[in-house]
Design a protein around this ligand. Structure first.
Ligand SMILES: Nc1ncnc2c1ncn2[C@@H]1O[C@H](COP(=O)(O)OP(=O)(O)OP(=O)(O)O)[C@@H](O)[C@H]1O
Ligand SMILES: [Mg+2]
Length: 427
């Protein structure tokens, strides 16, 4: 009856898109949504909302005809989890059609009304009749997404974790090194509980980089999908620092790692429930599950080296992701290993022009310090805390989480002086 993302109306108008600006909206569960629209504009907006990553698990069906059509349809068939009704009527007309719908609506179905009148009395009437939300036209895709997702996440629900995916435009560009250093800075400088999830199951280096050799990790989860819940995932994590954990790759070749597109969904759902920040080290591959991981992330960082193949791949990745995530902040990219002696490189400005965006960071080629860190299983900030690249990772950590460092962490010049004064006072 309910078909997957089926659309029964012609899409005429391009919906007004509101940028997400990094706002955190919890994805909706596997629910069915049916919309009954009166205008092509609203139908297009709901179609765009249905394609948003946060509604990826839902089934959305759009029909024309407004509340009257809804009543007609539900006379003979059960109502879905969510019904969206667009109405062009005035107050009394809206109420009358809702009363008609109430007679055929199953208990538990949530109703969202989209109307054209900003009328508080009408709003109250609607709420009294059990309508979950009233949106005023013109609305946009992200508002519809926010309202639908909000129905399934109570305000007192635990905050959900933010997923930051890091991927290389080519193999070996330094994507994993950057992901691990950013996660470390998030945990250390922003004191945010974070987990690095190493999706490069065969060759992942997160264990090496954090000097850990855990007996369990991501493979135990992805190969036992029925057991996955927050407790199970918790037990698979390895603690690296006070606020940083690791869901390590086995980095063994005794089996192959072919996965379905949805294979990691429940791992991410479980991590999201307990971890405020999840940094995903996505290998340089283009498969159903890498693509899905990137599309469903809250933020994305593409790492590229300044050559032509990287430029082409980064452009393809960014173009694809921008189109697939129209309601999200644009994915960022950074240039890495810039300034190799005698190597001709594409200039930062040319990269920025081709990618229509400035890089989030330009990281110099520093073989000494990166080599030492890699071989010792340390982060750049541990090898050389004052080094400019350590500062870049701190800045990237802030940018990707949208947070600034707590003031007391900065330990400014007055720190020791203040301590002395306080000691004196307490004597
Ligand atoms: N800015 C840099 N300067 C010098 N060396 C670097 C820099 N960034 C990364 N490296 C080194 O480059 C190598 C490759 O890094 P890394 O494994 O992080 O890349 P990757 O993109 O994740 O590779 P893969 O495609 O294999 O997953 C490592 O030895 C790392 O220490
Ligand atoms: Mg890697």
């Amino acid at each position: 009856m309910i078909s997957f993302k089926q659309q029964t109306v012609e899409q005429k108008a391009a919906p007004v898109q509101a940028p997400d600006n990094g706002e955190q909206i919890a994805p909706a569960p596997r629910i069915s949504i049916q919309a009954f629209c009166e205008t092509a504009e609203t139908a297009a907006v709901i179609q765009a909302a249905g394609e948003d990553r946060r509604l990826a698990k839902t089934f959305v069906k759009i029909q024309m005809g407004g509340p009257a059509a809804a009543v007609e349809v539900y006379r003979g068939s059960p109502t879905p989890n969510v019904v969206i009704l667009e109405t062009e009527s005035h107050g009394e007309g809206v109420i009358a059609s809702l009363d008609a719908l109430a007679e055929v609506c199953d208990a538990g179905t949530r109703v969202i009304v989209i109307g054209q009148f900003n009328d508080i009395a009408l709003y109250r009437e609607l709420v009294q009749r059990g309508v979950s939300e009233y949106l005023i036209r013109p609305t946009n895709a992200i508002d519809v997404v926010r309202v639908i997702c909000g129905l399934f996440h109570t305000p007192d629900a635990k905050p959900i974790g933010r997923i930051i995916a890091v991927v290389g435009a080519k193999g070996g560009v330094g994507a994993s090194t950057i992901a691990h250093n950013i996660a470390w800075a998030i945990a250390r400088n922003l004191t945010l509980n974070s987990v690095v999830t190493d999706l490069d199951l065969a060759f992942g280096t997160a264990g090496l980089d954090y000097n850990q050799d855990p007996p369990q990790g991501i493979a135990d989860a992805v190969f036992s999908p029925d057991r996955i819940d927050t407790n199970f995932i918790d037990r698979l994590l390895t603690k690296c620092t006070d606020h940083l954990s690791l869901l390590a790759a086995p980095a063994t070749l005794d089996r192959v790692y072919d996965f379905s597109a949805e294979a990691f969904d429940s791992v991410f759902d479980a991590l999201r429930a307990t971890m405020p920040c999840i940094v995903v080290d996505v290998p340089h591959q283009w498969t159903g599950w890498t693509r899905r991981t990137l599309i469903s992330a809250d933020d994305i960082l593409v790492v590229a080296m300044p050559d032509l193949a990287n430029l082409r791949n980064a452009k393809n990745l960014l173009d694809f992701l921008r189109a697939a995530r129209p309601n999200d902040r644009r994915p960022s990219y950074c240039l890495n290993q810039v300034g190799v002696a005698k190597r001709p490189e594409i200039k930062v400005a040319d990269f920025a022009k081709a990618l229509e965006d400035q890089p989030a960071a330009v990281i110099p080629f520093e073989p000494q310090i990166f080599g030492t860190a890699a071989n010792n299983g340390q982060m750049i900030a541990e090898v050389a805390s004052g080094h400019r690249t350590a500062e870049i990772f701190r800045q990237l950590a802030q940018r990707l989480t949208g947070r600034t460092e707590p003031k007391q962490q900065r330990g400014g010049t007055f720190g020791p002086l203040l301590e002395k004064l306080l000691k004196r006072q307490s004597r």
